[in-house]
Design a protein around this ligand. Structure first.
Ligand code: ZN
Length: 176
């Protein structure tokens, strides 16, 4: 089973949103996509550590994704669809269908397999698993390309993006 780490999730999740919104005139808040792209791990990794389970739990389920997308139909929560998009890319990159007990939770039962938490496995994968390595490198390249194309080339611009989700204005006619 493959895994993707931080840069892969952030970069590839963002890259997919970028691709899909390429020709769209609507400006989307990419911060929400980035947040969604790592949200399942932000929730489940600490929980798995505390509970002694594996690190893919409730936030890696179809139910979780469905709940976010359902909530995004509430008018004031419309932007949650961007978080939902990020979560969907996360589950895709985690190849979560390899873990049907997690993805279709609770169809196979209410508990998760107890797997001792081990960071060794992650380092092992990072060092030796080509899927992981490719994901991290591709993710890093996409993050840099996104920042470059959108003019985020200074700490000031980066901070403004983090704070407001805005991208520096580009001359008209430039590709976004
Ligand atoms: Zn994950």
């Amino acid at each position: 089973m493959s895994a993707t780490f931080l840069l892969g999730h952030l970069g590839i999740g963002l890259g997919l949103a970028w691709l899909l919104s390429w020709r769209s005139p609507a400006r989307i808040d990419y911060r929400l996509v980035l947040f969604g792209a790592i949200l399942p791990d932000l929730i489940d990794k600490p929980l798995g550590y505390v509970l002694g389970f594996q690190t893919r739990l409730w936030a890696h389920t179809f139910l979780f994704l469905f709940a976010i997308l359902a909530l995004s139909f509430v008018p004031s929560l419309r932007t949650w669809r961007l978080v939902g998009f990020g979560v969907a890319t996360h589950l895709l990159l985690d190849e979560i269908w390899d873990l049907p007990k997690v993805f279709w939770y609770p169809a196979y039962g209410w508990t998760f397999p107890a797997v001792p938490f081990s960071t060794d496995v992650w380092f092992e994968a990072l060092l030796h698993d080509p899927y992981v390595q490719f994901g991290e490198i591709a993710g890093a390249i996409l993050l840099i390309a996104f920042a470059w194309v959108h003019g985020i080339r200074s700490w000031g611009a980066f901070r403004a993006f983090l704070r407001h989700g805005t991208l520096p204005p580009l001359p008209s006619g430039t590709l976004r």
